[in-house]
Design a protein around this ligand. Structure first.
Ligand SMILES: NC(=O)C1=CN([C@@H]2O[C@H](COP(=O)(O)OP(=O)(O)OC[C@H]3O[C@@H](n4cnc5c(N)ncnc54)[C@H](O)[C@@H]3O)[C@@H](O)[C@H]2O)C=CC1
Ligand SMILES: O=c1[nH]c(=O)c2[nH+]cn([C@@H]3O[C@H](COP(=O)(O)O)[C@@H](O)[C@H]3O)c2[nH]1
Ligand SMILES: [K+]
Length: 505
């Protein structure tokens, strides 16, 4: 295919656009269309996360404490991607989250809201406000894993005026349950035929372990089909974890390996350091089978160094994240489109896949990242407003929001400093990130499939059927790029309307 991009008659090759001395990001550039001779559905987005790990969906959730814990990790894997559990917590807690994600069963609620009999209706109101559930399980000690005594739904409490009434006085005890370990099909059939709204899954000895909700069954019916999950050789879903590069992280790594973590990410803003080299060497010595992703990097020099030190995957991006202030604070970083292009070039030659991390705000950014050489994208803000992200929703100016913060924000560092600096209060802390909020985005079970369909449409417009074909096409000058002026960028967005509503799907 000769599109004539080399000469610049109609666009330019990536090497010309990216060789001009500018730091470009996704919005600065635009991809020129190719020729379509296949339907959208034929586009394959299967890819590699690392040398040895393949994914069906090129999506990775970021190791941040407002993005990836067990539920997000499970949901990402169930859809063919992967989640990287953050490490802003103790080692045992992180290992527990990995185990928990691995036992997650699609369709079931593994952490239903629970109260004890002496709690009040006001507490049910509070749960409704923060979590959005209107049904609460009543257990002996108010926790999951304790004996199930009853259920409170909105029907039990709607008309009770004294909100300090104890839940034991209003709960329903006429329960239909299913046994631990039952299949999703059996459980949903039994819930549908019971005509109840909830089906607690209980052990023979009466403790509740999971929950199935009628509303979820209905919603699941409307979600796009799941496809195959990302599975490891143990038959369980793939789960990744972030670790640091301090002495204590060796123990953390050991605990993570013991619970079956499938890949680890060495989590630093500037990964080309003696600390990452040493940690890579340690991990390769102690756990030669474990794939390690190093980073972050933004130059080909850094990329080569970390690959030579043993990295099986590279995480790319410095200061491009929505919550990042690194470029302002430290003056170091790079425009994300340029960073992805430059690092992916050398990484491809050395056989290591690249993760484009940070700055993804829409499906178009994902297309650009993948075309410019990334094999996967890592997302923070894009996923932080979903139901599967940690934390509760709250209302502000009539909008439903979730908290989202940088791991280098003062707030996150204060929480994690004991973990990272082992309580050394003498270390000065300089923030390289902010704390904020993002809008409610519903479930990732809907967001990811729709987003991936949009990405496939982008690939179809370009005339490429797969990520690998696009990488080859870019290298061979078959994909035309142009830099957009400010006015062209404005034109590419919505403009000159008095008002509009933007709904993506
Ligand atoms: N991608 C990005 O643009 C950025 C990401 N972040 C995120 O913020 C979090 C914190 O990032 P960093 O501050 O880079 O964390 P870090 O823990 O890697 O580094 C913090 C400081 O400790 C030093 N250090 C690391 N290992 C050491 C060792 N073994 N001995 C002595 N000193 C050592 C580092 O050189 C650095 O000065 C991460 O989650 C990171 O992903 C922060 C800033 C930018
Ligand atoms: O400069 C930074 N200060 C921070 O506090 C911080 N926390 C996270 N990150 C990085 O941002 C990525 C997520 O970015 P998005 O929200 O744009 O997806 C993440 O995946 C990280 O690479 C940070 N960068
Ligand atoms: K930024």
């Amino acid at each position: 295919m000769d599109n004539g991009y080399g000469g610049g008659a109609d666009g330019y090759t990536a090497s010309r656009v990216m060789g001009q001395g500018y730091s470009y990001t996704y919005d600065d550039i635009i991809l020129l269309p190719g020729y379509i001779d296949f339907p959208t559905e034929e586009v394959q987005l299967s890819t590699r996360l690392t040398k040895n790990i393949s994914l069906r969906t090129p999506c990775v959730s970021s190791p941040m404490d407002t993005v990836t814990e067990a539920q997000m990790a499970a949901a990402m894997a169930v859809q063919g991607g992967i989640g990287i559990v953050h490490y802003n917590m103790g080692l045992q807690e992180q290992a527990h989250l990995i185990s928990k994600a691995k036992t997650f069963r699609a369709g079931f609620v593994s952490e239903p809201a629970c109260l004890k009999p002496s709690d009040t209706i006001a507490q049910v109101d509070q749960i409704k406000l923060s979590k959005g559930f209107s049904s609460v399980l009543i257990t002996e000690n108010g926790q999951i894993g304790s004996k199930l005594l009853g259920i409170v739904t909105s029907r039990d409490i709607d008309f009770v005026s004294d909100r300090f009434t104890e839940v034991r006085d209003v709960m329903s005890m006429d329960l239909v349950t299913a046994p631990e370990g039952c299949t999703y099909e059996d459980a949903s059939n039994s819930l549908i035929s019971s005509k109840k709204s909830l089906l607690p899954i209980v052990r023979e000895t009466g403790e509740v372990v999971e929950l199935l909700c009628r509303t979820d069954i209905k919603q699941q019916r409307d979600f796009p089909a799941l496809g195959t999950p990302s599975l490891g050789s143990d038959g369980k879903i793939l789960v990744g974890a972030a670790i640091g590069t301090r002495e204590g992280d060796k123990k953390r790594l050991e605990m993570l390996v013991n619970v079956g973590v499938n890949v680890v990410v060495l989590d630093s803003s500037q990964g080309d350091s003696i600390y990452q080299r040493e940690m890579l060497a340690f991990s390769k010595r102690a756990y030669p089978e474990l794939d390690v992703i190093a980073g972050n990097v933004v130059t080909s020099y850094q990329a080569r160094n970390l690959i030579e030190a043993g990295a099986d995957g590279l995480r790319v991006g410095m200061g491009s994240g929505s919550i990042c202030t690194t470029q302002e604070v430290c003056a170091v970083g790079r425009g994300q489109a340029t960073a992805v292009y430059k690092t992916a070039g050398i990484a491809k030659q050395m056989g290591v896949p690249v993760i484009a991390d940070g700055g993804i705000a829409n499906s178009g950014h994902i297309v650009k990242a993948l075309v410019l050489g990334a094999s996967t994208v890592m997302m923070g803000s894009f996923l932080a407003g979903t139901a599967e992200a940690p934390g509760d929703y709250f209302f502000q100016d009539g909008r439903r929001l979730k908290k989202y913060r940088g791991m280098g924000s003062l707030e996150a560092m204060t929480k994690g400093s004991d973990v990272r600096y082992l309580g050394d209060k003498s270390k000065l802390k300089i923030a390289q990130g902010v704390s904020g909020a993002v809008a409610d985005k519903g479930s990732v079970m809907k967001l990811i499939p729709y987003t991936m369909h949009a990405v496939k449409q982008g690939f179809q417009d370009l005339g490429f059927r797969s990520i690998e074909a696009a990488h080859d096409g870019l290298a061979q000058g078959q994909i035309g790029l142009e830099v957009r002026t400010g006015a062209a960028q404005a034109e590419g967005g919505v403009h000159h309307l008095v008002s509009y509503e933007k709904r993506s799907f």
